[in-house]
Design a binder for this molecule. Structure first.
Ligand code: GTR
Length: 299
């Protein structure tokens, strides 16, 4: 039995993709391989589940790249602000050589990169006031995932970043510990953050995608045929996940707007400009600079 973890609610596109992958494994191995998916953070925070998988206490984890930025430097290029022009640009990057290189980088610390999943464009939202320029974020306490990139970005935009794990964000908004956060439409809806944060700003500052990872020692303990099946099942789960994602993202937006959240157009050029110094600070790292140039070359 393979045990897999995800912080999202059942039915969320990432959870659904893993369940579908589990069905393929079970069917094609004639019941020998099974996968049970522990959703909604039952097995802990993303940073914890990554370590559980590294030490083979858990087999598969689905986490956002943000949770991997600090320990796996190559992932930073996928989370940095305004690197990608569109979802299409991101998908082309992940599907090609660049994506394959980043997946391979996980083997340096006990993991096998199985696949990338979509996560849309992340945007800022808050419970205080309409935010349309970076200056409007001034003084606001904004939750960020525990990643130096998101800390630096929020600070560059004038906010006070507060790193929290995903499961803590809704209650922190409710109690006023934070004023806002940033994420995509489906996460904003399913985590119920939209009930408190009524101002959504279309900043599209990061396309930080999801990663599906496996414990390397568990992977290496499997037969070559099972490893091949696993890699194929993971790869084949990507295309249907994207279709599901696109539909879910549009639905989530509609539901949130119908519930009265205000969607604001922003001065995106001002956000991009404010993020440039921190972006270029990260691009001082030669590995990131090389990846950045390759990504921009296929824009
Ligand atoms: C979501 C992502 C989660 C989690 C969350 C967060 O978009 O799917 O895995 O990382 O963001 O901000 O913590």
């Amino acid at each position: 039995m393979l045990r897999a973890a995800d912080v999202h609610v059942d039915g969320y596109p990432t959870v659904a993709a893993m369940r579908a992958m589990g069905e393929v494994l079970q069917r094609e191995s004639h019941g020998r391989l099974r996968m049970s998916v522990y959703h909604a953070g039952q097995l802990g925070r993303e940073s914890d589940t990554i370590n559980l998988a590294r030490f083979a206490a858990l087999d598969i984890v689905r986490v956002n790249m943000a949770a991997l930025n600090n320990p796996f430097p190559a992932t930073r290029i996928l989370s940095l602000p305004y690197v990608f022009d569109s979802v299409d640009h991101l998908r082309r990057t992940l599907d090609g050589e660049i994506g394959a290189d980043i997946l391979r980088a996980f083997s340096s610390r006990g993991l096998v990169g199985l696949a990338f999943y979509d996560s849309g464009a992340r945007c800022f939202y808050n419970a205080r006031r309409p935010v349309v320029t970076p200056g409007d974020l001034k003084g606001m306490k904004i939750r960020v995932p525990p990643s130096d990139i998101f800390m630096h970005l929020a600070r560059a935009l004038g906010a006070n970043p507060t790193p929290l794990s995903y499961g803590e964000v809704f209650s922190s908004l409710q109690t006023g510990l934070i004023d806002g956060a940033e994420n995509n439409w489906p996460a904003f809806l399913t985590s119920r953050q939209f009930e408190v944060a009524r101002y959504w700003s279309q900043t599209e500052h990061s396309y930080s995608p999801e990663a599906l990872l496996m414990s390397q020692s568990r992977f290496l303990s499997m037969s070559a045929a099972d490893r091949e099946l696993l890699l194929r099942a993971a790869r084949e789960s990507v295309a249907p996940m994207r279709v599901h994602w696109d539909r879910t993202e549009a639905d989530a937006r509609n539901q949130v707007l119908a519930a009265g959240v205000q969607q604001l157009d922003v001065d995106r050029e001002a956000f991009r400009a404010a993020a440039q110094p921190m972006l270029h600070q990260f691009l001082q790292q030669p590995e990131l600079k090389r990846l950045y140039q390759r990504i921009r070359a296929i824009a």
